[in-house]
Design a protein around this ligand. Structure first.
Ligand SMILES: NC(=O)c1ccc[n+]([C@@H]2O[C@H](COP(=O)([O-])OP(=O)(O)OC[C@H]3O[C@@H](n4cnc5c(N)ncnc54)[C@H](O)[C@@H]3O)[C@@H](O)[C@H]2O)c1
Length: 392
């Protein structure tokens, strides 16, 4: 019995259609094909599909040269990924994962077209980072088969997958996808259909507060990155991470979360990010974002400043811990999943609730109160649970 038959028996999914061959689409294709599935990959921009497939081949060549995988394994995986030129080619798919531009209307249009081509039993999903799953499914003929399956970047390396049933998703589908993601060697969590789900809601200040610090000339982007890496042990600083995610994608997510929370100032987007997005300085994928990725480009050396670094770190970490505490209060996920999601989805070195305990919720509360007093802004309001967590 070959691998795909095993998958077929366990979860009923052996053929996966992926729409969008950008950063996420090709990464998800790699994950699904590595798990033994046949993958059809579609993008309106055929050159992009070819470029992504070439990139994946180059990645495998590196992995083979480092003996992380054998040449024949790599060949088998590559053979399972087939570029297609039309949505009509998805007629045999058991599962569709959409990973196109983060725009509600564009996504909705493609889903309604798709319904005409896929089989009745085909599950349709979106990898959206922030758009309500319920809203994406609302106009479908069969919204019950629609669900959010949210991978993290880079999809082959980040273990977390958030599974988001919408209000119209049929009961039991989330659990089926949960089992499938385990088969795909992922760490799944089931999340509520709220803006940003678990990770992208809790992690918003990592970007938003960092952007504000730079916008207000408090520090340079390389200093913010350095402060978070040296004092917080983050693998990447906020600006490095935004360059990896894609500034356009990160900006769209922030705008959606902000609008969908009825313009809560906690999630207010940044003008600096808007300008970067307008200029198409999207980060690594376009060769320039907050940093340059041109050949021989040198990263600016941050000017170290102990006091400033402490201020940057405490401001960003306090905002993040406040979000985790609020997520706990609202029951957006259980404590274990809040901690797991942030470590397995965006690689934070510790769970934020544990981090709050370690720094002391009193210190976090004090930092937020100072920001609140200084700015007189609701953005810095504390979760009502924060004070209850402070030990006497
Ligand atoms: N980049 C991340 O870190 C990240 C992480 C998790 C989820 N996501 C989500 O995944 C989705 C894709 O993000 P990405 O970073 O891969 O974007 P990307 O810009 O790298 O790729 C998007 C691809 O979709 C294609 N496309 C656009 N409209 C299309 C259409 N109508 N039909 C077919 N293809 C179309 C584009 O040609 C492009 O190749 C977004 O919803 C994003 O929010 C992104």
């Amino acid at each position: 019995m070959d691998k795909s038959e095993v998958i077929n028996l366990r979860s009923g999914v052996s053929t996966v259609g992926i729409i969008g061959a950008g950063t996420m689409g090709i990464g998800i294709a790699q994950v699904a094909a590595t798990a033994g599935c046949e993958v059809f990959l579609f993008d309106t921009d055929q050159e992009q599909t070819e470029k992504s497939i070439r990139g994946l081949r180059a990645t495998f060549e590196k992995l083979v040269s480092k003996s992380k995988i054998t040449e024949s394994e790599a060949d088998e995986i590559m053979e399972r990924i087939r570029p297609v030129v039309s949505l009509k080619d998805f007629s045999d798919a058991d599962l569709i994962i959409e990973a196109i531009v983060e725009n509600r209307d564009v996504k909705k249009k493609i889903f309604s077209e798709l319904e005409d081509y896929v089989s009745e039993k085909c599950i349709i999903s979106s990898n959206t980072s922030s758009i309500s799953i319920t809203s994406l499914s609302a106009d479908l003929k069969n919204p019950e088969r629609f669900i959010g399956i949210h991978f993290f970047n880079p999809a082959p390396l980040m273990p977390l997958v958030e599974i988001i049933p919408g209000l119209l998703t049929r009961g039991g589908l989330a659990e089926e996808i949960y089992a499938l993601m385990k088969d795909w060697k992922k760490v799944p969590v089931i999340a509520k259909d709220i803006p940003g789900f678990i990770v992208n809601r809790i992690a918003r200040p990592f970007y938003g507060e960092a952007l504000r610090i730079v916008e207000e000339n408090i520090a340079k982007s390389e200093q913010v990155d350095d402060a978070m890496k040296t004092l917080g042990n983050f693998r990447m600083g906020p600006f490095e991470l935004m360059d990896l995610i894609g500034i356009d994608v990160n900006f769209s997510v922030t705008k959606t979360v902000y609008a969908d929370y009825f313009f809560d100032p906690k999630y207010k987007p940044s003008l600096l990010q808007q300008r970067m997005s307008e200029a198409k300085l999207h980060g690594r994928k376009t060769g320039r974002g907050f940093y340059s990725y041109a050949e021989n480009a040198e990263k600016p050396t941050p000017e170290k400043d102990e006091k400033l670094y402490e201020q940057i770190f405490m401001r960003i970490i306090s905002m993040l811990i406040n979000e985790a505490v609020e997520a706990k209060r609202l029951g957006l996920a259980n404590d274990a999943d809040i901690e797991l999601a942030i470590q397995k989805g965006v690689n934070y070195p510790k769970g934020l609730l544990a981090w709050g305990e370690q720094i002391g919720f009193d210190k976090i509360s004090e930092t937020l109160q100072q920001l609140y007093d200084e700015y007189q802004e609701e953005r810095y309001r504390q979760s009502p649970l924060m004070r209850k967590l402070i030990k006497n």
